[in-house]
Design a binder for this molecule. Structure first.
Ligand SMILES: Cc1cc2nc3c(=O)[nH]c(=O)nc-3n(C[C@H](O)[C@H](O)[C@H](O)COP(=O)(O)OP(=O)(O)OC[C@H]3O[C@@H](n4cnc5c(N)ncnc54)[C@H](O)[C@@H]3O)c2cc1C
Length: 368
């Protein structure tokens, strides 16, 4: 049976950063269920708004990484139009996101990780289970053709995103009545793509309690606009989305027939207590660990930072306990950041408080 030092489950931004960092000295296997050999245009990328916020830009800068031009989308816009249907107000705010093609971004991150000769990639392969032992972890992989095999590793890392199998298995095994739990809210995000003749010169954020207690968005992408919403799991997602569509059309946005639809689970932490870093030889990073903003749904910067932090901890590790201590230390600032976002979300998602902020005009700007 093959033996790796680190097996990373999921080649998203967290997994790629982790593989790249740990791959400086460790033998790493990066396992990804998607087919990474199909052309990017096939549109099988993760469902995402594809906006890199200034924090993500700063993280890339600190890592010495510069975005290649094929990752960039058009248009690049610098304002957000916030429409509050709950209080019938709207405002424009300056915003400095970079509009990216999410599929191209993930492929670029992967190519950076694979520069290390110590990193092996196994795509079209899903991790379906694992068993931790004192000295190693046995991982079960299922390939696309249905064949199943076991691989051994010293450390297993779940960077498998919001619907993380690794987190679920750890919680089932270890989080009981006598052990801490890490509660986190789950949303279903639905995105539809529409062809447009004229690009919107802004992003749109939509607030409507009849759709969600979170928010909805519109993002221009190369001749298209994405309409998306994050709706609490278990609610009437399709019905609420239809209602949202009617609402934005009534506001003057012309949408037509969707050319594409994407769905995904999205996590929303209550604060730092929602973050679960793992147990023993099994760790979590990125959204699987609960690293994502509770106010804006932005998770790419957290994925890059937590993936790097765990990769560094694994590089300098001697024991699982030392790795955990070092990882915990390196993500302390990120956890404080999550606490600040959770506090901000209390104001943003209370119609009364948000209405007062809109009325005050604080930080908003005039647009012709
Ligand atoms: C609709 C939507 C819009 C968003 N918009 C933005 C945005 O504009 N800006 C932003 O910063 N953030 C945004 N986010 C959040 C952001 O996409 C995530 O937080 C970020 O992608 C998390 O990165 P990750 O590497 O932790 O996980 P992911 O990017 O989710 O990657 C996980 C990978 O693991 C693979 N995988 C899963 N399970 C297995 C398994 N068992 N075996 C093998 N592989 C597996 C998946 O195929 C996937 O490639 C958005 C999220 C959603 C849902």
């Amino acid at each position: 049976m093959d033996m790796y030092e680190v097996i990373v489950v999921g080649a998203g931004p967290a997994g790629c950063m982790l593989a790249q960092t740990a791959g400086k000295r460790c033998r790493v296997l990066l396992v990804e269920s998607r087919d990474l050999h199909v052309p990017i245009e096939d549109g099988k990328e993760k469902s995402c708004g594809g906006l890199l916020n200034p924090t993500a830009q700063e993280v890339l800068a600190k890592l010495g990484l510069a975005l290649p031009k094929e990752v960039l989308e058009t248009p690049q816009v610098f304002a957000i139009r916030a429409i509050d249907y709950d209080t019938n107000q709207e405002r424009y705010y300056p915003k400095h996101y970079i509009n990216i093609h999410r599929g191209a971004f993930d492929r670029w991150m992967l190519s950076e990780a694979l520069l290390s000769p110590r990193v092996d990639l196994c795509d079209r392969t899903t991790v379906v289970g694992f068993t931790p032992y004192e000295t190693h972890v046995e991982v079960t992989l299922r390939e696309k053709n249905g064949s199943v095999r076991q691989v051994k590793t010293r450390y297993l890392v779940g960077t498998d995103g919001a619907a993380s199998l690794v987190r679920r298995h750890l919680e089932q095994k270890y989080c009981g009545p006598d052990e801490p739990r890490f509660p986190i809210r789950r949303y279903v995000s639905l995105q539809q793509w529409f062809t447009v003749e004229e690009e919107m010169p802004y992003y749109v954020a939509l607030f409507d309690q009849r759709v969600t207690d979170y928010y909805s968005w519109m993002i221009p992408k190369s001749g298209h606009v994405i309409l998306g919403a994050a709706i609490p799991e278990g609610k009437n997602v399709r019905g609420r989305f239809q209602y949202l569509k009617h609402r934005v059309q009534a506001t003057g946005f012309s949408l037509g027939t969707p050319v594409r639809e994407q769905g995904a689970i999205l996590l929303r932490p209550y604060g730092p207590g929602s973050v679960y870093l793992g147990k023993g030889r099994v760790f979590l990073a990125g959204e699987a660990a609960g690293f994502i903003s509770a106010s804006s749904e932005e998770g790419i910067s957290y994925a890059l930072s937590s993936g790097t932090a765990l990769g560094e901890a694994l590089l300098y590790r001697k024991t699982p306990e030392e790795t955990e201590t070092l990882y915990r230390k390196r993500v302390l600032k990120l956890r404080w950041g999550l606490a600040a976002k959770a506090m901000k979300s209390v104001i943003m998602y209370s119609p009364k408080l948000r209405g007062a902020v809109f009325r005050s005009g604080l930080l908003s700007m005039d647009v012709k």
